[in-house]
Design a protein around this ligand. Structure first.
Ligand code: IPE
Ligand code: IPE
Ligand code: MG
Length: 246
């Protein structure tokens, strides 16, 4: 089926809302956590494919601030899975020249998750290929409020003037400050919503929804999302004629 031949117009930054693990497991009469375990396999496949396609940034929404409201045993299982999979996939990251980063309220995570994460970030920091960004305990409204508070503080300290506050300055107060806005946002599992993900950053991203549940989302599905992106016409408010004659 699909091939990598259409290598031009590859999105620089792809962000994925990895959804549907629980339903995938329950459909086969298993516990939801079984689906999370299988979701790790999809993460590996997509990291490999993104590296192969020379995508520069891949952001994966792994745990939202709202996900803390799930039953404790599921939250505990997800945290344990994070520790074990970050550890077991270090070789995969190094073999593919991938560097790891994290965005979100990292300090709210359990200490063993923070330690494992920091260690993997450090070990992979010299890798020059794909930048893999895990959104953990992340919520866009939380991130925006943090930025607002820090900007207010810096205005109060006279470090910045109110007139300095523009889109560029605001972006520099977000956890994504070194990261360009996503070109493409993919959500699996058929839900068509954003669920508090990167609200500021996706103002002009292309959105792609697929019925596939995350544990079933494979390399070909990812490639199909990229092909769909390549067919989109991004106008950024301009007319078609302006885009075509530029
Ligand atoms: C996505 O799958 C993983 C996380 C949110 C952690 P879900 O766990 O949301 O699976 P569904 O949506 O209930 O099927
Ligand atoms: C969004 O999935 C968060 C992640 C994929 C980590 P959810 O399953 O938590 O989203 P809602 O609550 O159904 O919108
Ligand atoms: Mg879900």
């Amino acid at each position: 089926m699909s091939s990598n031949k259409e290598i031009s117009n590859i999105p620089k930054h792809v962000a994925i809302i990895m959804d549907g693990n629980g339903r995938w497991a329950q459909k086969q009469g298993n516990e939801r956590v079984f689906g999370h375990k299988h979701g790790v396999k999809s993460v590996k496949n997509i990291v490999e494919k993104a590296s192969e396609l020379k995508i520069e940034y891949l952001t994966l929404y792994a745990f939202s601030t709202e996900n803390w409201n799930r039953p404790k045993y599921e939250v505990d299982a997800l945290m344990a899975l994070l520790v074990s999979s970050i550890n077991s996939e270090l070789d995969l990251l190094n073999d593919n020249n991938v560097s790891l980063q994290a965005i979100g309220d990292i300090q709210s995570l359990p200490k063993d998750v923070i330690d494992e994460l920091n260690s993997a970030i450090k070990i992979t920091s010299k890798n020059t290929g794909l930048k893999l960004i895990l959104a953990l305990s992340y919520s866009a409204r939380w991130e925006i409020l943090e930025a607002v508070k820090n900007i207010a503080l810096n205005v109060k300290n006279s470090e910045i003037n109110i007139d300095d506050i523009d889109e560029e300055l605001f972006s520099s107060y977000l956890t994504t400050k070194q990261i360009p806005d996503p070109d493409l946002v993919i959500r699996t599992s058929g839900e068509q919503r954003i669920s508090n993900f990167l609200l500021w950053q996706i103002s002009y991203s292309e959105l792609y929804f697929t019925e596939k549940l995350w544990p079933d989302f494979g390399k070909d599905d990812f490639l199909n999302a990229i092909f769909a992106f390549q067919k989109r016409k991004r106008r950024f408010g301009k007319t078609n004629d302006q885009i075509e004659n530029k």
